[in-house]
Structure formats: C-alpha cells, structure tokens
Write a protein that binds this ligand. Structure first.
Ligand code: PNW
Length: 478
C-alpha cells in the first residue's frame, strides 16, 4: 500500500445537530420549530418519539465537551436552534438572550478545551412561526430577509470566536424530503395520503432556489461585515452519495449515474461554482426549475469559501426509458442497492438507504474536486448505523466493530483521495458524537461513536469506534 498521510493541521472531530441532541425544547423561552410540530403528528416518527429530551445536551453540554476532549477531537460541528435564539424567527421578532447565551457558553467551553467550534446555522429546524406566517422556505423575500437577520445575530454573538461557518445543512433534504416525499418536516407532498398540502412537482425546486439565495445573502453579509475583522470561512454543506451503474456495460446506466449526481449535488453546487443549474435538470424540469435574476446569480455564484461534504454510502443506478414523472427528483433513474449480477453495494445497516461502499467516498471526492476546480473540501458528516444495534445490551453496543470498520474504510479512502488524487481535503467530522434523535427513524437508529443511555439520564459511554477514529487520525496526520 502506498504511503498515505494527511497534513498535521488536518481538522478532525465530530458532528451533531441541535434538534437531534439538545432537548429542553420548552425551556428558557425557546419557540417551536417545524420538527417539534411534525413529531406531534401521529405516524410521522417510527417510534412516536421527538426531540423533547434527546441527549439532554442543552443541560449536559459540558459533558459533551469533556467527551470530545477525551476522544481527542480537534473540532466540533454543532448547529444552532434558530427558534431558541429568535423564538418567532422573524427579523422584527425579539432575540431570546437566554437561548443565545447557551451557544456562547458552548463555544467558550470548546475554546477553553482547545476544540475548534464549527457552526451550522441551519440544520432543518425552521421556526414554526415562519412556516405559519408565510410558508417558510416557499416565500423568497420573507425567508431570505429573516434568515439573514438570524445569521447576523449569530455572527455578532460568535463571530470573534468561531472560524468555521456553515449556512445550511443538506438543503436537498429540506427540499426533497420536506417538500416532495414529505417524510421530513414540514411534511409537504402531492401524496394526499401523506399530506393535505404540497405540490411535489414544483415546491422542492422553489425551496432549493430560495435556500441558495439565502445562503448567498448570508455569505455576502459575512464577507462584508465580519470576515475582514475575524478572518473566518463560510460555506454550505451538501449531501450526495456515489453512483455505480446497475449494468456496467450500459452506456445509458453510466449516463444515468452522472445525472443522479447532478440532481443531488450539482443542483446546489453548480449555481455556487458555475453560476447556473446543470443542463440535465433544466432539460428535465423546464420552467418548474426557477431561474436566477442577474442580482441573484451574482449573490450565489462564488459564494463558497469551502465545500461542505456529507456522504454515507453509494447506490446502483439504472436508466429509465419511460418519460420522467412530474414528481421525479433524481433524473429519471432507478436507485438500487444491488446491481444486475445481484451483488449488494455494501452490507446492510439499520438505515434502509445506507449500505456502505468506501471506494465511493474517494471517487466522489475526486468528482467534486474535478467539477468545481479543486475547492477545499470539509467533510462535515460521514458515518453509519448498525443493523439491530438498538436491540443489544450496552456491553455489546460498546463493541461496535462494524462502525469501526466503516471508519477504517472511509478515512483510508479519504487519505487516498488526498495523497494519490490531489484532492484538497482539510477536515473530517464523523457523524455522530452521540447516539441521537435520528429524525423520522426516532431513537431506534443509532449513529453515535458514543452510546447514550436514554433510560439512564442520557449518560454517555464511548464505543470502540471512537478509539479507532482517534487512532486513524493520530497515525495519518503527520
Ligand atoms: C443526514 N437519505 O441526513 C443529516 O445531516 C443528519 O442530521 C442525519 O442524522 C444523518 O445524515 C444520518 O441520517 C440524511 O435518505 C438523512 O438519503 C437521510 C438521507 C441522507 C442524509
């Protein structure tokens, strides 16, 4: 094996998100988010749970920081609950000082332990009030103005201390899962068995468009008013997984693989790096894909200081020869977990969509690097659940060999991309620091390198994989 290494100052650590870990949803003046309300609707969350308690990190954040220190992490990526800071969310609504103080305390605790904070401004938990007032993401002018004001409050409070900013986490999920399939909050869909409101043929594309503009506007504000003083960097985090042809001999399947990558990643990254949506999307979606005014284009084009990359797995892709349906969002392809020869893409996990394929991580990094002119890549999420993990005893859960093996494969693939393919990757945040509220899957699916005892005061117990991640980076970073 070739000599693999990563730079000595490579930033590695762990990621979480506010609604998944904080709990204390009704404490100290926090307002509801769309996830608080979504969780109350029967049938939306697998185990009928919610983030009301979660990992109790609002109260146990010092334990979280002590844990990060114990695990040797250099950085911690967490997100801000917008409705904790501005309970009603809007630009004329009051700031909740108690909520804001929580994040100041967390950042101070991280810094005094030598851990770099990486802040995600928005990880899906839109203030419910903004959804009720004007439909949330669907109203461009209101949403962009309210989001930029929220960003400004956070830059003012934390700008001198935080050097890494992420505007949005995985806008694909807010658009598609929130406004097309309807499996995530706010749950809109054309499927009337799922939702009484929504239009899957138009809304996801409108939502994505408005998120891009809000991202661009917040970046402009940061660059003009905060970056000159504080020198931090800002970007967006996009999700997407590597694609493999269902039939390796089919030219159609190979083309379909590219189209699927464009519909998931280039949808957002092309406007940011190239100034327009991919041709494949414009041709399939026609006028349902909004277009940018010259001012909007200028705002979005060039708006990333780094590329935030989330990836978990890979899929086999099969071209469809029938015309695309109005609610198709993947480029008119079949997304499959095994190929023509019935080979699975990877072992099964607890997450129906996730079958790990480490070589795809290296290939996807290379694809992003090539398409976007070798941007600095910050991997902001990568990790796995384990089939049946939640049914095991605590002792068994702590021996998470499957997860350790996942990290060995993926960190190695990352080192190959950097050492052998010339990819400029500067950071890796494993998902996740803690077992936590896994959205529509509730607490049945665990992603943590730390076991959280939900019946025992949310006490934290590091799993074997946490040691493996530290060993991997300690030996690679030199
Ligand atoms: C990401 N999919 O979500 C999120 O950023 C995390 O909050 C989440 O806990 C983590 O991955 C694990 O799921 C995704 O269906 C959820 O393809 C679903 C999908 C992708 C990403």
């Amino acid at each position: 094996m070739a000599n693999l290494s990563l730079p000595k100052d490579f930033l590695w650590g762990y990621a979480t998100a506010s609604y998944q870990i904080e709990g204390s949803t009704n404490i100290d003046g926090r307002g509801d988010s769309i996830w608080d309300v979504f969780c109350q609707q029967p049938g939306k969350i697998a185990d009928g749970s919610s983030g009301v308690v979660a990992c109790d990190s609002y109260r146990q954040y010092k334990q979280d920081v002590a844990l990060l220190k114990l695990l040797g992490a250099k950085a911690y990526r967490f997100s801000i609950s917008w409705s904790r800071v501005i309970p009603h969310g809007g630009r004329s609504d009051e700031v909740n000082q108690l909520g804001l103080q929580y994040y100041v305390n967390l950042v101070d605790e991280l810094l005094s332990n030598g851990i770099a904070p990486m802040v995600t401004l928005f990880h899906w938990d839109l203030p419910q009030k903004l959804y009720e007032r004007y439909g949330g993401f669907l109203n461009k002018d209101e949403f962009v103005a309210d989001y930029v004001r929220f960003a400004k409050v956070m830059f003012e409070a934390l700008g001198s201390k935080v050097k890494y900013w992420i505007t949005f986490n995985e806008p694909w999920c807010s658009s598609i899962l929130g406004h097309s399939s309807g499996v995530f909050a706010p749950g809109r869909s054309s499927d009337r068995e799922r939702s009484s409101e929504g239009d899957s043929s138009t809304e996801p594309w409108i939502v994505g468009h408005h998120i891009l503009i809000a991202h661009g506007a917040a970046v402009k504000l940061y660059r003009e008013e905060f970056k000159p003083r504080h020198g931090g960097i800002i970007g967006i985090t996009l999700n997407g997984d590597w694609t493999l042809p269902f039939d390796a001999d089919s030219k159609d399947d190979l083309e379909a693989c590219q189209r699927k990558l464009e519909f998931s990643i280039a949808w957002y990254a092309d406007p940011i790096y190239h100034g327009e949506y991919p041709a494949s999307m414009r041709s399939q979606l026609g006028s349902r894909l909004p277009s940018f005014s010259p001012e909007e284009k200028a705002l979005v084009h060039g708006s990333n200081d780094f590329y935030g990359m989330n990836t978990y797995c890979a899929n086999y892709i099969r071209h469809r020869s029938t015309p695309a349906t109005a609610d198709d969002y993947s480029g008119n392809v079949d997304i499959l977990l095994s190929n023509k020869a019935h080979q699975p893409v990877g072992p099964i996990t607890q997450s129906p969509w996730l079958q790990p394929y480490p070589p795809g991580f290296r290939k996807l990094m290379k694809w992003i690097s090539g398409r976007y002119g070798r941007p600095p890549i910050y991997v902001t999420e990568n990790g796995t659940s384990i089939k049946g993990e939640n049914d095991l005893s605590r002792e068994e859960i702590l021996k998470d060999d499957f997860r350790a093996e996942y990290f060995r494969g993926h960190v190695n693939a990352l080192a190959e991309a950097v050492s052998l393919d010339g990819v400029d990757c500067k950071a890796y945040m494993a998902w996740s620091l803690l077992d936590n509220f896994e959205w529509a899957e509730g607490y049945e699916t665990r992603f943590g390198v730390t076991y959280v005892d939900y019946q025992g005061g949310q006490k934290r117990y590091p799993k074997e994989s946490a040691k493996v991640v530290a060993q991997l980076f300690n030996s690679l970073c030199q």
